[in-house]
Design a binder for this molecule. Structure first.
Ligand code: IPM
Ligand code: MG
Length: 355
């Protein structure tokens, strides 16, 4: 079978981690008899530098006609002073919207070999952490009306957080479907004590919950959720959140598993096309030094195989290979340890562990 993958290497450490993920995919291809075809497209700061736009139309077209999209990371200080719509991040938001990828899945799993890397006390992580964050990705304050105007305090800036019933319903369904295949528990995050759109969120989530009597649902205010994640992470199974709250809580969930450098993500819409990327950013401070951790991107490719291509055995093979190298004590710099290995050495080790 042939799979066409659009590749957005992006900025900072993006190209380094993507190169390792491609290495691993090629090995999967040769072991399992698949052919992966990669088409490089521009997005982010590099796209702005080369074309004047962080998301050229050609990139959108190629991504739309591909079977899936692999993304490294975008952004960096070089582009920080550009106007909002020219910034690398605008490319990322634009591609999510253009492909209607409204469901962002961020599994935060603690690898047994990395228990020591978790900043939490041993007693809190001894039973493991396995949180499945379902973040709404194409609505809310990220996409609401924004602007500047003059007000009582002089110049004002505003961003609008708005959600529609159908928008909430479709993401809630993703969370409940996922919970069904897991521990049947959804924690829905909101700020319903203050925000009207959170009150609507809560109403719709409970309406959707009626179709899933086998799944337990509870609401949690976002400030409490931030606290509960470090107090008792084992209580969470599926965490359902809007765009903004999901952005913040997923970084926190990532860090308690040891390093943001190991967590993958997928962004999906109604079809099988997905965008797969590490949840970490472009880390400009270590870019070009061959010291980034490629595991998050490699695990993102495993998600692509499972979720977009239904290649369960192949996905599992990658995850097992990652576990093997971690169990063997291999660590990139972010994971601590005495003798860190480089980004490409980690990629080689994972590739070689796929048999
Ligand atoms: C993420 C990132 C992005 C977001 C930024 C880079 C726009 O933080 O994917 O979590 O906020 O969605
Ligand atoms: Mg983020």
């Amino acid at each position: 079978m042939n799979y066409n993958i659009a590749v957005i290497r992006g900025d900072g450490i993006g190209p380094e981690v993507v190169a390792e993920a491609i290495k691993v995919l090629q090995k999967i291809g040769s072991v399992y008899g698949h052919n992966f075809t990669f088409t490089d497209v521009l997005m982010g700061g590099i796209a702005y530098d080369q074309t004047g736009s962080p998301l050229p139309q050609e990139t959108i077209e190629i991504c739309k006609s591909s079977d899936s999209v692999l993304l490294g990371a975008v952004g960096g200080p070089k582009w920080d002073s550009l106007p909002g719509d020219k910034r690398p991040e605008a490319g990322l938001l634009g591609i999510r919207k253009a492909l209607n990828l409204y469901a962002n899945i961020r599994p935060a799993v603690l690898f047994p070999a990395l228990k020591e890397a978790s900043p939490l006390k041993e007693e809190l992580v001894k039973n493991g952490i396995n949180i499945y964050v379902v973040r709404e990705l194409t609505g809310g304050i990220y996409f609401g009306e924004r602007g500047r105007r003059t007000g009582t305090f002089g110049e004002e800036a505003y961003d609008t957080d708005c959600y529609g019933v159908e928008e909430i319903r479709r993401i809630a369904k993703v969370a409940f479907e996922a919970a069904r295949k897991r521990n049947k528990k959804v924690t829905s995050i909101d700020k319903a004590n203050v925000l009207e759109n959170s009150r609507l969120w809560r109403e719709v989530v409970h309406e959707v919950a009626k179709d899933y009597p086998d799944v337990t649902v509870s609401d949690m205010l976002v400030d409490n959720a931030a606290m509960q994640l470090v107090k008792n992470p084992a209580q969470f199974d599926v965490v359902l959140a809007n765009n903004m709250f999901g952005d913040i809580l997923s970084d926190e969930a990532a860090q308690i598993t040891g390093s943001i450098g190991i967590l993958p993500s997928s962004s999906r819409g109604d079809g099988t096309l997905g965008l797969y990327e590490p949840i970490h950013g472009s880390a400009p401070d270590i870019a070009g030094k061959n010291m980034a951790n490629p595991i998050a991107t490699i695990l993102s490719v495993a998600m692509m195989l499972r979720d977009s291509f239904s290649l369960e055995a192949e996905a599992k093979a990658i995850e097992t290979a990652v576990e093997t190298v971690l169990n063997n004590g291999l660590r990139t710099a972010d994971l601590g340890g005495e003798n860190p290995i480089s980004c490409s050495q980690m990629g080689d080790a994972i590739r070689d562990a796929i048999l």
